[in-house]
Design a binder for this molecule. Structure first.
Ligand SMILES: Cc1cc2nc3c(=O)[nH]c(=O)nc-3n(C[C@H](O)[C@H](O)[C@H](O)COP(=O)(O)OP(=O)(O)OC[C@H]3O[C@@H](n4cnc5c(N)ncnc54)[C@H](O)[C@@H]3O)c2cc1C
Length: 554
């Protein structure tokens, strides 16, 4: 889709004509909304994995999108390798899944090895009810390429690569569009107006800076060398056995889908498998003075040689990173919303930075679509940060904690750590807690757009289970809208696009009915989060409660 009217030559915003309305971009209060096909597109800035997924979710909800990125190609360097089930479910909603251009390797055990390479803690794959593995490995550049192809094929997406946002002239409000200053591929400056802007422009977000939003938290002084290699030839690596690892106590074999943290005080390291037989390695670099040039191929080779029992594998990519644990102090300014790394940065140890960004996209896209279409009051967008922030804080804390365990350099402290961890991990309660995935911060929502009245709160905030459902997966069989599950009609929500799905229309839903019991009906949001539940007799009251919320009072 192309809508050049959205880009204007640079100039004072109040003198530019807007595709949306009056010359100053003002929408008169109480003015009827224009028909959907003349409403200006939502603008998504930054087409890393988070922005690309958000743009696809919006387009799939029927919202036209101007999707811009300063770069022409996807970022080629090694970054995320692990996704969780929530992230895979968001990608499913965006139309991207394993085997369809994206290779995903279900993860095995996450193991922390202490001094001498001895295992301290083993975290098995957490049980999930989402239809996706709790841990899966992938290659971020491949995911980004698949997302980019989907954007190119999506008729509601106007893809503008080589376009850079320079600043924000106005963040917009209920009566005014947001106004961005941009330059195009040919260097021409212009302004771009939008009813909503999703700022997915990464950790150094120009939009966040322009809005005066601060990142709160800490940055680690440590530097990690991150290396992607081919398979490890000549070490007996097969489908059944991973590469040997030369730990000080002697080589130990990796299982092919296991992820390993080497909490070795002589040189902490991380290793994980990638789809297609490739490998991810991460090495904590010594303090600055002894670091040399970590990108130097000889230095990379030496680090790999210390860990590989056989010949050193071919290096595909290597980069040095510093890690941050920071969260933006404001996620919404007027009509501009921050998502992904623009809103929060996490060290990678819990594999959650991108997962968190994809959760952002899943949480916010349907809300923006509802506000854009006029169904929802724009205060619905205030629930975005309220719902997402607690989980981001919890996963970031987990990542920081893991980093502290792994990065310990003092031998005596490492011995102490090993003893304590081994003893704690062996207790029955902790073993049970680990097996149930209790170490993963639950993504269940505790606050936000959820039923408040006591009879409707059962399962509110939980994700609708998808596990065990026959193909096609349950999410794909339900409308991408509000769903009243187990009811014959959607009552007052029907005119806002909610759909009733009686149990007879979901023949394999016995697991779901058991999960809901004693309730008979669930009101499910478009992001598959349960708003609330009710008995058959209480369904009308549940729908009436929802109808009074910002989601339906636009
Ligand atoms: C070594 C490492 C390992 C990691 N491992 C994991 C992991 O295992 N699991 C996990 O979940 N996460 C992991 N992460 C984190 C994950 O990679 C990031 O959270 C994720 O890439 C963020 O995606 P994003 O789309 O928010 O931002 P980005 O991927 O940074 O995308 C931002 C986009 O915005 C564009 N842009 C920037 N400025 C502008 C502008 N002014 N105008 C227009 N466009 C602009 C950029 O070109 C880019 O395309 C890891 C990170 C690192 C560094």
């Amino acid at each position: 889709m192309s809508d050049p009217s959205q880009e204007r030559p640079a100039g004072p915003p109040d003198r530019d004509a807007s595709a949306a309305g009056p010359v100053d971009g003002t929408r008169a209060t109480g003015e009827a909304l224009p028909p959907a096909d003349t409403r200006p597109p939502v603008v998504v800035v930054g087409l890393g994995p988070v922005g690309a997924a958000a743009a696809l979710l919006l387009a799939r909800a029927g919202v036209p999108v101007v999707a811009i990125d300063r770069d022409l190609e996807v970022y080629p360097h090694p970054r995320a390798v692990a996704l969780d089930d929530d992230a895979l479910r968001v990608l499913q909603a965006a139309g991207v899944r394993d085997g369809e251009g994206l290779d995903v390797l279900p993860g095995g055990t996450v193991r922390i090895r202490g001094r001498g390479g001895r295992p301290l803690v083993e975290l098995g794959p957490p049980p999930t009810a989402t239809g996706h593995p709790g841990l899966a490995f992938f290659r971020q550049p491949q995911l980004e390429r698949v997302l980019r192809e989907r954007l190119e094929a999506e008729p509601l997406v106007d893809l503008r690569l080589g376009t850079t946002v320079l600043g924000v002239d106005a963040p917009g409000d209920a009566d005014h569009d947001a106004v961005l200053r941009v330059t195009g591929r040919d260097g021409t400056a212009s302004v771009l107006r939008a009813p909503w802007v999703l700022a997915c422009d990464g950790g150094r977000s120009a939009i966040r800076t322009a809005l005066g939003v601060r990142l709160r938290g800490t940055s680690s002084p440590s530097r990690w060398l991150v290396v992607d290699t081919d398979g490890v030839a000549g070490t007996g690596e097969t489908e059944a056995a991973g590469p040997g690892v030369r730990a000080p106590a002697g080589p130990a074999a990796f299982a092919p889908a296991d992820f390993e943290f080497g909490a070795d005080p002589h040189g902490p390291w991380v290793h994980g498998p990638l789809p297609g037989g490739a490998h991810r390695w991460e090495f904590l670099l010594p303090p600055t003075a002894d670091r040399g040039d970590p990108d130097d191929p000889a230095a990379v080779h030496a680090l790999l040689a210390r860990r590989c029992a056989g010949p050193v594998p071919e290096v595909r990519r290597a980069a040095v990173y510093a890690f941050h644990a920071r969260v933006a102090d404001r996620w919404r300014t007027g009509r501009v919303l921050l998502l992904g790394d623009a809103a929060h940065l996490s060290p990678p140890f819990a594999g959650q930075g991108l997962c968190a960004g994809l959760r952002d996209a899943g949480n916010v896209a349907w809300k923006v679509a509802a506000a854009w279409s006029g169904t929802a009051d724009e205060s619905l967008l205030d629930t975005y940060a309220r719902e997402r922030l607690p989980h981001v804080v919890a996963t970031t804390a987990l990542a920081v904690g893991l980093g502290l365990v792994v990065e310990l350099r003092r031998a005596r402290a490492a011995s102490l750590r090993d003893g304590v961890l081994r003893r704690v991990a062996a207790t029955r309660g902790v073993r049970r807690w680990i097996a149930s995935g209790g170490w993963r911060p639950p993504s269940t929502l505790g606050a936000g757009l959820l039923a408040r009245s006591r009879p409707h709160r059962g399962r509110a905030g939980e994700a609708l289970p998808q596990a065990g459902a026959a193909a096609p997966m349950r999410d794909d069989r339900l409308p991408r809208a509000w769903v009243v599950l187990g009811a014959e009609d959607a009552g007052p929500l029907a005119r806002h696009g909610a759909t009733a799905v009686p149990w007879s229309a979901l023949p394999d839903a016995e697991d779901l009915r058991r999960w809901l019991a004693p309730a008979d009906v669930a009101l499910v949001r478009p992001d598959r989060v349960v708003y609330g539940t009710a008995s058959a007799a209480g369904c009308g009251a549940l729908l009436a409660e929802a109808a009074r919320t910002s989601a339906f009072t636009g």
